[in-house]
Write a protein that binds this ligand. Structure first.
Ligand code: DGL
Length: 266
């Protein structure tokens, strides 16, 4: 069991930000990553579709012996976490990317927090609800930023196009005076520096990658599941070939990644 991989999934490259942080914090673990590029973006899909996709991917990751599953996607964490727990909770441990961020924020005393994410994540109201449960006096301003995922998946990062889109979204009056901005989409850490720069580094930009990895480590320790065999093998699967997956994956994982197409919808 200990040698089995950690299953991670997202709609595309976004979950690689989480996979990368996991690798840094738990270098002895093997990963199996699934990017559902055939259905990207999840943020524009119905909650029901996202639940169906997430269920099939979880089955795939369990068929490949995952010992734990990390839902490295906010849209799926918001729409599918409860149903996945209901279906697979007895077989495996499931970790979402929203609760660790909410828990972290409850240790800080922010008056006004912004959240940006996909349409699905923002319309679910999950962040707002969960933050209010722990910190009732915090004002939460939520904003859907749907152009950011296709922009990143198409490789428009650190350039004029991405700067213009980021500026247009973040200049919104509603975000004025925020002390922290949650990157409520796992794709966004790829442009975290551009976002921090927009706020002149005066706003704490919070993403889930590190806090989720810390929770994962605690979970593995608690359940005696840390891989101490010294054998590590990472696997990367996508459901459709996209030009930039390998390029962006190369930013996070040095050397050749062994990318395979898995047709799990047939
Ligand atoms: N990276 C995902 C998220 O955290 C999915 C984005 C999308 O496919 O729309 O929400």
């Amino acid at each position: 069991m200990k040698e089995q991989p950690i299953g991670i999934f997202d709609s595309g490259v976004g979950g690689l930000t989480v996979a990368h942080a996991i690798k840094q914090i738990l270098p002895g673990e093997s990963l199996i990553y699934f990017g559902d590029t055939a259905h990207l973006p999840y943020g524009d899909k119905s909650a029901e579709s996202i639940r169906n996709y997430s269920q099939r991917i979880t089955e795939f990751l369990l068929e490949h012996d995952s010992k734990v599953i990390v839902i490295a996607c906010n849209s799926a964490s918001a729409s599918a976490f409860d149903s996945l727990k209901g279906k697979f909770g007895k077989k495996t441990i499931l970790i979402n990317v929203i609760d660790p961020v909410v828990d972290y924020l409850s240790t800080r005393n922010f008056n006004k927090i912004g959240v940006i994410g996909t349409k699905r994540t923002i319309s679910s109201g999950t962040y707002e609800l969960k933050i209010k449960e722990k910190s009732p006096s915090t004002r939460v301003i939520s904003m859907a930023t749907p152009l950011l995922v296709p922009m990143i998946e198409e490789g428009f990062i650190f350039d004029d196009i991405s700067n213009a889109i980021i500026r247009t979204y973040l200049s919104s009056e509603s975000l004025a005076g925020i002390q922290a901005l949650i990157l409520g989409c796992t794709h966004y850490p790829i442009i975290k520096n551009q976002i921090s720069k927009f706020f002149n580094f005066n706003v704490e930009v919070v993403d889930s990658a590190r806090v989720v990895s810390m929770i994962l480590r605690q979970t593995l320790e608690k359940n005696n599941l840390l891989n101490d065999s010294g054998k590590v093998k990472d696997q990367f699967f996508i459901s459709d070939y996209t030009t930039y997956f390998e390029k962006i994956a190369g930013m996070f994982f040095e050397g050749e990644i062994n990318l395979k197409k898995a047709d799990i919808w047939g």
